[in-house]
Design a protein around this ligand. Structure first.
Ligand SMILES: C[S@@+](CC[C@H](N)C(=O)[O-])C[C@H]1O[C@@H](n2cnc3c(N)ncnc32)[C@H](O)[C@@H]1O
Length: 211
């Protein structure tokens, strides 16, 4: 048995116990589904388009992506947690959905493979977020869109010390970095960035367009 399976941390546990769905529903509220729908709409995908869902987890955004591109399209869901991907397998529609175990910081795709890239509540979980954003930008074609929907406490009225406390408290169970500034991360990579309003102050929806 691999070390990772014996001492399964964070998402492996949530995935195996089927706890991720209820937890995320609690965290993002009734508007959670609407936010996924809006986020996918911001990708402006045509039927037949290709898109990558980075940190797809149990695949909660996959049905929206599959509906946008249709059976002639391609939706790739990448995550490094086998237990989370097992949940995704139950809702993945094949075609157009393919699931891939892999790391967001080293995507196994050529430059400019996809018409769009999305991550919903994924990048707050990635330790090396700069590398993950670099990868999302790299695998998208010029003119394509990158959409990030996530928890984003930068503009939330909780003091920074509380954010740090929450992050530190969760560390044994999970990785959760709530202080990421997604508009800045995309703008620094030369993307034309728009911030779209969401139903909660602590949730952000950021759209970047590659030139
Ligand atoms: C909060 S879940 C988000 C799941 C899903 N995108 C959603 O909208 O519900 C975060 C996911 O990021 C994955 N993850 C964290 N770091 C990763 C990395 N470096 N590469 C790939 N996946 C990663 C975890 O395994 C987990 O499934």
């Amino acid at each position: 048995m691999k070390l990772r399976s014996r001492f399964a941390p964070g998402y492996e546990v949530w995935g195996r116990l089927n706890l991720y769905g209820p937890l995320v529903a609690l965290g993002v509220g009734a508007g959670g589904g609407r936010l996924r729908h809006t986020a996918v709409g911001e990708l402006r995908l045509e039927p037949g388009a290709s898109v990558i869902d980075v940190c797809t987890g149990t695949g909660l955004t996959l049905p929206y992506l599959a509906a946008a591109v249709g059976r002639a399209g391609r939706v790739v869901g990448v995550d490094r947690s086998p237990a989370m991907l097992a949940g995704a397998r139950d809702r993945a529609m094949s075609p157009p959905v393919e699931l891939m175990e892999g790391d967001a910081t080293a995507l196994a795709y050529e430059d400019g493979t996809f018409d769009g890239a999305i991550s919903t509540y994924g990048l707050t979980a990635v330790a090396d977020v700069e590398d993950a954003v670099d990868e999302m930008v790299r695998v998208v074609k010029p003119g394509g869109r990158i959409v990030v929907a996530d928890v984003h406490f930068v503009n939330w009225p909780a003091p920074a010390a509380i954010n740090r406390l929450v992050t530190a408290g969760l560390r044994p169970f999970n990785t959760w970095y709530t202080d990421r500034d997604f508009p800045a991360l995309l703008a620094e990579r030369g993307l034309r960035v728009t911030s779209v309003p969401t139903h909660r102050a602590a949730l952000s929806l950021t759209v970047g367009e590659r030139s």
